[in-house]
Design a protein around this ligand. Structure first.
Ligand SMILES: Cc1cc2nc3c(=O)[nH]c(=O)nc-3n(C[C@H](O)[C@H](O)[C@H](O)COP(=O)(O)OP(=O)(O)OC[C@H]3O[C@@H](n4cnc5c(N)ncnc54)[C@H](O)[C@@H]3O)c2cc1C
Length: 287
């Protein structure tokens, strides 16, 4: 008699237990947190421009069971906590990784949430739990034109992508922030024009969408990276697919966050949201 294989839940990777090395206010609403320490020694960076880590926030007083290799057992932490008090995870782009130090840039968007308020108050020596890295996109070196578009949450990834472009690359980086006080220095090829879009403190997105729609024709093949608030991203995807004929496989596009939902709420609906968009593209004959 053969055993019937019982599907096992996939074990979560153990987090790196790192610490805050220093922080820096790099714009009015963005805080740079550099993390490092011996707990990060085994961290292996990803080669991709959109590389990100998940920062894990444990509730106060959470148990800290260890795996047999001595690393924190996140599955056991979860199992020991009630459903209402589970660890929270937030994704942040790897802005840099050098000399054992990982640089993350956090948008500070008010008192709501976990990660933004944490970053605003982060102090040297604070513990930081990290899982990753993930990410799979880099600018296509064969593209004739590059488009990098997003709000402040995508600014770290756009900054990395700009730095990775070839010196003769051409295109546009369009970044929506509240105002000039949120702009940061960027370095990229001279042929890639950086457009800062100021939305004030209104609804995020419309100013970004308008700015991208107002760009001159993009000579293809285009390599496009579009991330930020989900509603704006959806509108930009529609624009690029239907009005500029950018093929799906030349477009890295996703909602990094959703206005009116926290990250848990957004992740719970993201799959259906994406399916709806893809169905509408099929219906429009785009796929
Ligand atoms: C792959 C990936 C990489 C990312 N990289 C970065 C990065 O490098 N830097 C960065 O700042 N963000 C980045 N984000 C976005 C970030 O993970 C989300 O903004 C996250 O929701 C912030 O968590 P929070 O705990 O601060 O707020 P949450 O608890 O998730 O949300 C609380 C409230 O704040 C609102 N909110 C969330 N994010 C923002 C925002 N950016 N601006 C205004 N309101 C907001 C929500 O709509 C909600 O109402 C990335 C997301 C992904 C998926």
């Amino acid at each position: 008699m053969t055993d019937t294989a019982i599907p096992q839940a996939k074990a979560r990777p153990a987090p790196f237990v790192a610490e805050v090395v220093r922080t820096e206010q790099i714009s009015a609403t963005m805080v740079r947190v550099v993390v490092g320490g011996p707990g990060l020694a085994a961290f292996e960076p990803s080669p991709h421009a959109d590389s990100y880590v998940k920062v894990v926030f444990l509730p106060a007083g959470a148990p800290r069971p260890l795996r047999s290799d001595g690393r924190l057992d996140l599955d056991a932490v979860r199992a020991a906590l009630p459903p209402t008090d589970q660890p929270r995870q937030r994704s942040y782009t790897v802005r840099d990784f050098a000399d054992g130090e990982l640089t993350l840039d956090f948008v500070v968007h008010g008192d709501d949430g976990v990660a933004g308020p944490w970053a605003e108050g982060a102090q040297t020596g604070d513990e930081v739990l990290l899982v990753g890295p993930g990410g799979a996109w880099s600018p296509d070196p064969t593209a004739a034109c590059h488009l990098l578009a997003g709000d402040a949450s995508a600014l770290p990834a756009i900054a990395v992508a700009l730095e990775r472009l070839a010196p003769d690359a051409v295109g546009h980086a369009v970044i929506e922030v509240h105002g000039p006080e949120d702009e940061i220095p960027l370095s990229g090829p001279p042929g890639v024009r950086v457009h800062w879009v100021h939305q004030g403190f209104g609804v995020p997105g419309p100013a970004l969408v308008e700015a991208v729609a107002g760009l001159p024709p993009l000579d293809g093949p285009v390599s496009a990276f579009v991330h930020g608030e989900a509603g704006a991203v959806r509108e930009l995807r529609r624009h690029l697919r239907t009005e500029r004929d950018v093929p799906r496989d030349q477009l890295s596009v996703s909602g990094y966050w959703r206005l009116g939902a926290d990250d848990e709420g957004w992740r719970a609906t993201k799959r259906d949201w994406l399916a709806t968009i893809e169905q509408s593209e099929v219906a429009a004959g785009l796929v």
